[in-house]
Design a protein around this ligand. Structure first.
Ligand code: CTP
Ligand code: MG
Length: 608
């Protein structure tokens, strides 16, 4: 089965509106007819059902005493069966159409949400907790689905039933008809009041739901930390606290609900009794026939019930509307455009990079990079060294436009980065992140993730060999088809880094960024990788962040960062001649290595 074609013919972002009901109507684009059919079918089904009730009433009141009962009874039975069958058929149709509408819209919203979330900027993801997005994409989306499936259809049905029965009542007796709807304004005002209250409480419930889901998600992601520090008790208390808060919010929300229902019931019943009383007085005074009285009594229940339900529906709708609003808050966030920029690429980039007076911060008031300037020719390598938090990752994160800078300039081949379309730019730059992430797919799928064309095994092997991970992969049960993650092998930190490196190398980028890409790899393997990279990186510009001097020393340009500033720059030779951080780091590392070596040599003589 394929999804209905019209599901994807509408861009959900067009439905953003200050008025949620209008927004809903727009989201339903392509399904309006189906929705109205569902409403109509449900109303018809309800009419047939009241028809059947009226038929029984007629039979008992007027036909039962007749002498020729035996002849009419089968006809009544037949008519009753027919009405019941019609009622069932239309109720089935309505359910079918309603669910098709609701499920199609849920499909549309879910896909739109997923697509949108992955196009949001890094900046947004930095600030938005994962659990919050998860709860909006699941729990809130489900409330919206229910709204379409139940409440939206219900409101249509109620309005139609009310209109039909009210017209019937008007035809019977205008005065009585008007008297019977006297409480309608009261119910509406009351519903709106509770609508506001319940919306507010429900929003609080959903907010807390997101907190719970963030807590759970963090706990699961950080399960190793929790266990390592034996903080289960603390985590449980933390969750219990949040959970109890949810309990209270949930209770307040349901309290409002349970306050509203009996209130409207009392009003409706008062209305009904009052109506009966007035109608009865009219019969006594002779202004109403007994027959009309009987008809009135049955019609009035048919009008009061929708009235009661309307109130409930309005209140129930608040949940759908609040959830819709929460979803739309995400949808309203600007996507990070992949095609912005005036530059029209003609071929691959060469890779001349120039950074001039660059100042950058994630927030406007904190400066992470201060007045950075340097330039590098195509094919050269740059190494970045600096204490933790000095801004190395931040600086290189600007090159693929993960974040936007506002002061200073960065150009590649003389083109300002802002003018180069993100999608294309990122195709030219290969990044091995500081904490690489692998998907729960096969190793091969992970390595080929960055390329859209068909890749031969030989190419995959070559990339893996360059990353010094081919031999390791071959020892796995299914080789390159071994699954990574929960259902497959758990890779070590260094293996993960090397698979990520292979993934980037296979992409064959013009500019390579290695953010501490060999930090979890032993020195010997790192050496292998370095040799392979030296060959591979010919003619490409590369940026390497590393702490080991051996990795850094061969670079054409070494930048030493401290608190967001370049404090030293040059080659290994020139920096060794200066008195500064670089030489101190080199001396420290050599001393440590010598000591380790001495210990190993001395250790040989020790008894085993
Ligand atoms: N930072 C931030 N928001 C981010 C990433 C980083 O505010 N999304 C801040 C950090 O708090 C830090 C500064 O930016 O103070 C520099 O961070 P980063 O560039 O990641 O530092 P590195 O030099 O890469 O540090 P490390 O060696 O530990 O990776
Ligand atoms: Mg870093």
């Amino acid at each position: 089965m394929t999804p209905p074609a019209q599901v994807y013919s509408y861009d959900v972002r067009n439905s953003l509106s200050k008025r949620p009901l209008l927004g809903f109507w727009r989201v339903m684009t392509g399904f309006h007819r189906l929705y109205l059919l569902a409403v109509a079918a449900l109303s018809l089904s309800a009419l047939f059902s009241t028809g059947a009730t009226l038929l029984i009433r007629e039979f008992i009141d007027h036909q039962l005493p007749r002498p020729d009962l035996a002849q009419i009874a089968p006809w009544f039975a037949l008519a009753f069966l027919l009405l019941a069958a019609l009622q069932g058929a239309f109720s089935f149709l309505s359910g079918r159409w309603a669910s098709k509408t609701a499920e199609s819209l849920a499909l549309r919203l879910r896909d739109a949400m997923y697509d949108h979330i992955q196009r949001l900027s890094f900046r947004y993801h930095d600030k938005m907790p994962t659990g919050e997005l998860l709860s909006r994409a699941t729990s809130d989306l489900d409330a919206v689905r229910r709204f379409f499936n139940e409440q939206a259809i219900g409101v249509g049905r109620i309005l139609i039933l009310f209109a039909i029965n009210f017209t019937a009542l008007l035809l019977l007796n205008v005065e009585l008809a008007l008297i019977s709807v006297i409480v309608v304004p009261v119910i509406i005002v009351l519903s709106l009041f509770f609508f506001g209250k319940i919306s507010a409480y429900y929003e609080k419930v959903q907010e807390q739901e997101a907190v719970l889901s963030t807590t759970l998600q963090e706990n699961l992601t950080g399960v190793r930390v929790v266990k390592a520090f034996a903080r289960q008790e603390y985590e449980r208390n933390k969750f219990e606290k949040e959970n109890f808060e949810q309990y209270q919010r949930g209770r307040r929300f349901l309290m409002m609900h349970s306050l509203f229902w009996p209130l409207t019931d009392v009003i409706c019943f008062a209305q009904m009794i009052g109506g009966y009383f007035i109608a009865a007085t009219m019969v006594i005074n002779g202004t109403l026939t007994p027959g009309s009285y009987v008809a009135y009594v049955s019609l009035v229940t048919m009008i009061i019930n929708p009235m009661r339900n309307l109130g409930r529906l309005i209140v129930d709708m608040s949940t759908g509307l609040v959830s819709y609003k929460r979803m739309m808050e995400v949808i309203a966030e600007d996507q990070e455009s992949l095609i912005d920029g005036t530059y029209k690429p003609t071929g691959d980039l060469r890779g001349d990079v120039e950074v001039k007076n660059l100042t950058f911060g994630y927030d406007p008031d904190t400066v992470v990079l201060k007045d950075i300037s340097f330039s590098v020719k195509a094919g050269q390598s740059v190494a970045l060294l600096g204490s933790t938090g000095s801004g190395k990752t931040s600086l290189l994160g600007l090159l693929p436009r993960f974040y936007e800078y506002s002061t200073g300039s960065i150009t590649i081949d003389g083109i300002e980065l802002k003018d180069i379309p993100r999608g294309w730019l990122r195709g030219q730059i290969g990044v091995v992140e500081q904490e690489p992430f692998l998907f729960s797919r096969t190793i091969r799928e992970n390595i080929t993730y960055g390329v859209t064309r068909e890749v031969s095994d030989a190419e995959v092997y070559a990339a893996a060999k360059a990353a010094a991970v081919h031999d390791v992969i071959m020892t796995f049960p299914d080789g390159y088809n071994t699954l990574v993650g929960e259902r497959g092998v758990t890779l070590s930190g260094g293996q993960k880094q090397r698979v990520a490196l292979a993934r980037t190398l296979l992409k064959d980028p013009r500019i390579l960024i290695l953010d501490d890409a060999t930090s979890s790899v032993d020195s010997e393997t790192e050496d292998d990788i370095r040799q392979a990279l030296l060959r591979l990186m010919k003619g490409r510009t590369s940026f390497v962040i590393a702490h080991r001097i051996q990795t850094v020393m061969h670079a054409d340009l070494i930048l030493v960062l401290d608190e967001g500033e370049i404090v030293q720059r040059g080659t290994h030779q020139s920096l060794m001649a200066e008195d500064g951080i670089y030489r101190r780091v080199v001396e420290l590392q050599t001393r440590i290595e010598e000591e380790v070596e001495r210990e190993v040599t001395d250790g040989i003589g020790l008894p085993v």
